[in-house]
Design a binder for this molecule. Sequence first.
Ligand code: FES
Length: 122
Amino acid sequence: MKLQNGYKVTFLPEERIAVVKHGTSLLEAARKAGVILPTRCGGKAACLMCKVTVEQQESGALRPPGEAEQRKLGSLLEQGVRLACQAAVCSDVNVSVPEDPLKAAVRRRLEAARRGERDELW
Ligand code: FES
């Protein structure tokens, strides 16, 4: 469904939303929504740090992957993984952003501490 001003891109799990024009990259949409996606290559499909996931049923909401994205992601494309710098919005879409590795490590340790488990490194 096209909103009056563009398409609605929802970044999960935080449910941050951006409304963007047709053809906007997910990386640009993320910035607009206040979601920080790591990048090192400046959006040239080289660093693979901007990976996000889109459910298979929503894959049509993004422009099909180009040659560079296909070459970089290979079989990950079948799992719904896309490069945010390359994937362009064609419709409303929900995008899952992977948890920051450092935050994930801290969360796991806090959960273990709550369960009363001891960690040698903690
Ligand atoms: S920003 Fe480097 S691959 Fe997307």
